[in-house]
Write a protein that binds this ligand. Structure first.
Ligand code: SAM
Length: 221
């Protein structure tokens, strides 16, 4: 009972912090960029397949300060890496990553409704032509998305442990064949223990930014 109370309190505090940064930083970011990525949507509003409703998280956008911090902590040259966002929602992280100069940026989103919003946002967002061409928005299940090349995966707690394992099985196969280097960035990492169970990845950092916990992994050399 005490554990349940603690979890509820922690969720409330996290929600209040998220709303604080939304009002102060993230909604103004949306306005400045001419996009709408901020408003949350519950799972029932996402129009995703019925058999995926239990595994999917609701839509909540990553706080912009958290994504910037995570990229800084990864200590890599964006121009040498592809960023794949699993559960890319309305596309905020995809747009930011394109602006930061990642070699290519792929957003994978299950909800056709969010995918449509992301496409509109991409058209409205101020980006150089070359950066815009580097962006691909895919409306599909992350469990079926193939690992491309040297890739930073970014996840804001999009789905449950079962989908996460399927994703990691695919990534592991490519990594063990020596085809890809991988960085795995997981914000609000509810199922971090699942990632820890994969030997091809080693945890390199766990921290907190704006009240959001994150964990980073990298392929072992
Ligand atoms: C918490 S939101 C994160 C949004 C975005 N990543 C961000 O940080 O701004 C989680 C997203 O994952 C998506 N999602 C859930 N299950 C998925 C799956 N199996 N494949 C792809 N996307 C999924 C949801 O539709 C939702 O948009």
């Amino acid at each position: 009972m005490l554990r349940g109370l603690y979890t509820r309190c922690r969720r409330r505090v996290r929600g209040a912090r998220w709303a604080f940064y939304a009002a102060l930083v993230d909604r103004p970011w949306d306005r400045r960029c001419g996009v709408e990525t901020q408003d949350p949507l519950g799972v029932a509003e996402l129009a995703i397949p019925a058999d995926r409703c239990d595994s999917a998280s609701e839509y909540m956008a990553s706080p912009t300060l958290v994504f910037r911090h995570v990229v800084r902590r990864l200590e890599l040259a964006p121009c040498e890496w592809t960023l794949v966002e699993l559960g890319s929602g309305k596309g905020r992280v995809v747009l930011m990553a394109a602006q930061m100069g990642f070699r290519s940026v792929i957003g994978v989103e299950l909800s056709p409704r969010l995918h449509e919003v992301a496409q509109r946002n991409l058209l409205a967002f101020p980006l150089a032509a070359r950066s815009r061409e580097a962006v691909k928005l895919l409306c599909m299940d992350a469990a079926h998305s193939p690992p491309p090349e040297d890739t930073v995966y970014y996840l804001y707690n999009p789905f449950d442990a079962a989908v996460l394992s399927t994703v990691l099985d695919n990534v592991e196969r490519a990594a063990l064949e020596g085809r890809v280097r991988v960085r795995f960035a997981y914000v609000n990492p509810e199922f971090a223990s699942v990632v820890d169970g994969y030997e091809f990845l080693r945890q390199v950092e766990a921290g907190t930014k704006c009240g959001e916990r994150y964990t980073l992994w990298a392929t072992t050399p």
